[in-house]
Structures are given as structure tokens and as C-alpha cells.
Design a protein around this ligand. Structure first.
Ligand code: CS2
Ligand code: MN
Length: 375
């Protein structure tokens, strides 16, 4: 197993590569070209230059006698264009053009040494919360989902709120380009069913998986977040059963999961199944996000610290299942709370502060090490 940490890039993240390098146990920087809209080809030179930053930080540290290096083997995400999910031309791009661009990007990432590419298959929106800075009793803040608010929200109002709340930083999947095309997408998804989505998903996999096999790049789909339909749009990567259906769409070992246990467990009845999900799908899990989530009787949920007793996800059981299964993929903490100065002077990207994720890593690695040591 390799422990990773997500990094949004120079000038796009309050956390620096050197901060990441100092977190004990981190071996992989999870990166992306965040300025690239879905559907666009990534240039080989842009890929090389982003990866070179990660190599350079290791080289500089090595010159000071540090032996542990950071690699750049995981990309999160190469976003899937809506035309692929809809199976038709939308936002000016046809499905087959978008797929060809995706293939070209995968080839280039493979050539550069990338081993895993994360993506999601959610219609229109990436992750969704109603409060990005929800105060927790201990004085920290965290991402929060208020069910009653979502039940009465329209997509249009939500977009305005997200624009206002996210300060200068764009959220993943909420690029201004996508927000602009929102009405077109809203109309295009009218009447689209879950079965339709599974069909377009299978078509996408059949087209890209041969390239994954040839270039040794594994694909890992991230579960829907939250894992249930929103605004009538069909989400198909939500539950334990969905994960099985998704994997059955294509048998190649290169088609697998980014098993985000934070997202998976955001549905109250699935949270107790987190360990079972790891055990069931282990050989097809290429990348995993581990996080805790706390559910409330009214349907709200909050992100909380990683420790198992803080919420409804058995994070100890999850790490034990990975260790027992000799998991050889990548793991990263998912979102974290915002702690200490992060709530005042040094506002991070919502969910992507330094401290809580660094603390979480130590907890997760503690379980991993304890299990391995007790053999
Ligand atoms: C999520 C997503 O895991 C996360 O941090 O909040 O933004 C995730 O990166 C994407 O859905 C993966 O495509
Ligand atoms: Mn995640």
C-alpha cells in the first residue's frame, strides 16, 4: 500500500509540496491538471511539467539527506465529459470525440509513468454539501450536508451559493465553464434513466479499457457524493450493489474502483457496510479514500475526524481489512476538517486543509502498522 495526499498545484492550494513531504508516511502526491475542462486533451508537456514539480521537491530533499521520495503515480481526476455520460453531443462535443480525447490523455499519462487515474460518473455535479464551514463543537469546521435544505433547493440557487461560498477557489467539477452550460445539461438529462447511464458507461469502458491495458494505467471510479440521486438526475455508482453492477460492466482488472469510504458512507444505511465493501471488492480497488462521517436522525450528515469513534464509519475495520488483504494499491485521507489557523488566516480549499488530513494519515497508518506488526 502507498499512502497519498491530494495536491491542487502551485498557486491553487494552501498546502505546499514541501508540507506534504513532511507528513510521515506519504509516498504519493495525488495530482491533476485542474485547469483542464472535461473533454479536453492533456498535453504531454503539461503532464511532464506538473510531475517534474513533484520530482523536484524530492530531489531537493534528497540533497539534504532525506531518503523518502514522493511519486506522482495517481491522477485525480481526468473528468469525463457529459457527452460520454449522456451518449450524445452536448456542450459542443460529440461522445466519440470526447472518448478519443480521453484515450489520448490516458496514453500520455501512461507514457509519463502514471499508474492510476480516478474519475467519477456523476451527472452534472461533482460532490455537493450545503455548508463548507460548518462549526463543530470543538471549534473546528467541516463540510456538512443538510437534507432539508437540499430538498427545497433548485439547481440554479445552488450554483449561486457555491459561487459565493467557495471564495477564490473553484471546487472540483464546478469549473465556470460547466456552470455556464448548466441549462443545456439540465435539459439534456431530462428523462435519462439509471439503465441509460449504465449503457453509456459500458460503451465508455469498452472504448477506453484497451488503452488502459496497453499503457498500464488503471481506472478507478469514485462513488457518487452524496450517493443518491439529486434533482432527478440518475446516479449509478452509489451503493454496495451499484459497485458490483459497475464492475460487471467490464471484466478487465484495469476497470476498478477509487473506493471513497467517505462518499460511500454518506448514505446512512451503507455506512455500516464500509468494511464489507473493502473485503468484497478488494482485488478491483486501485485507489481508496478513507474518511469518517457522522449521520443525524433528520438525514443530515457531517464530515468528522478520522477516528472510528467519531462517526459511523469503522475506519479501524477498514484499515484492518486492507492490511489483512495485503492491499497493494493507493490510499489517501479524503476530506478533512479545518483546524487551528485554517479557519482564520489561512483558509484552505474546503475539505482540503493540511492538519486534519495529516492527523488522519497518522491514525490510518497506525492501524495498518499495528495489524502488520501483529502477524
Ligand atoms: C471528492 C471528489 O474525493 C474527493 O475529494 O470530493 O471531488 C472526487 O475527487 C471526484 O469526485 C473524483 O472524480
Ligand atoms: Mn473521495
Amino acid at each position: 500500500m502507498k499512502m497519498g495526499f491530494r495536491w491542487y498545484g502551485d498557486g491553487n492550494d494552501t498546502v505546499s509540496l514541501d508540507d506534504i513531504r513532511q507528513i510521515p508516511g506519504v509516498e504519493t502526491v495525488v495530482w491533476s491538471l485542474h485547469h483542464k475542462p472535461a473533454g479536453e486533451v492533456w498535453e504531454q508537456a503539461e503532464i511532464a511539467s506538473e510531475m517534474a514539480k513533484i520530482t523536484a521537491i524530492s530531489d531537493a530533499a534528497a540533497a539534504r539527506g532525506v531518503t523518502r521520495r514522493l511519486d506522482a503515480e495517481v491522477v485525480e481526476s481526468v473528468n469525463v465529459h457529459e457527452s460520454i455520460k449522456l451518449g450524445r453531443t452536448v456542450l459542443g462535443l460529440s461522445r466519440d470525440e470526447a472518448i478519443q480525447n480521453y484515450i489520448t490523455t490516458l496514453q500520455r499519462l501512461g507514457r509519463a509513468g502514471v499508474k492510476v487515474v480516478c474519475y467519477n460518473f456523476m451527472p452534472v455535479f461533482d460532490w455537493l454539501r450545503t455548508d463548507l464551514w460548518h462549526p463543530l463543537p470543538d471549534g473546528s469546521t467541516a463540510l456538512y450536508f443538510e437534507k432539508a435544505l437540499v430538498d427545497q433547493l433548485t439547481p440554479e440557487k445552488l450554483i449561486a451559493d457555491m459561487r459565493a461560498n467557495s471564495a477564490e477557489l473553484t471546487l472540483p467539477g464546478w469549473e465556470p465553464e460547466r456552470l455556464a452550460g448548466f441549462s443545456e445539461l439540465n435539459a439534456a438529462y431530462e428523462g435519462v434513466t439509471h439503465a441509460d447511464m449504465y449503457r453509456t458507461y459500458a460503451y465508455f469502458l469498452d472504448a477506453v479499457i484497451p488503452t488502459c491495458e496497453e499503457f498500464d494505467v488503471k481506472l478507478g471510479v469514485h462513488p457518487d457524493d452524496p450517493p443518491f440521486d439529486l434533482f432527478g438526475w440518475p446516479r449509478v455508482v452509489s451503493t454496495m450493489a451499484d459497485l458490483g453492477t459497475v464492475l460487471a460492466l467490464n471484466d478487465s482488472p484495469y476497470h476498478g474502483l477509487t473506493l471513497c469510504l467517505g462518499s460511500f458512507s454518506a448514505k446512512a444505511d451503507q455506512a455500516p457496510r464500509a468494511v464489507e465493501a473493502v473485503q468484497t471488492y478488494l482485488p478491483r480497488i486501485h485507489f481508496s479514500h478513507v474518511r469518517n462521517v457522522k449521520h443525524y436522525p433528520n438525514g443530515d450528515f457531517s464530515e468528522v475526524a478520522h477516528r472510528a469513534c467519531e462517526g459511523h464509519v469503522d475506519t479501524v475495520g477498514v484499515m484492518k481489512a486492507y492490511a489483512d488483504g495485503d492491499y497493494s494499491g493507493y490510499i489517501r485521507p479524503d476530506h478533512g476538517r479545518h483546524l487551528w489557523t485554517e479557519n482564520t488566516t489561512n483558509k484552505p480549499r474546503p475539505g482540503y486543509g493540511l492538519y486534519d488530513r495529516a492527523l488522519g494519515i497518522q491514525y490510518l497508518l497506525g492501524v495498518w502498522d499495528a495489524v502488520r506488526a501483529s502477524r
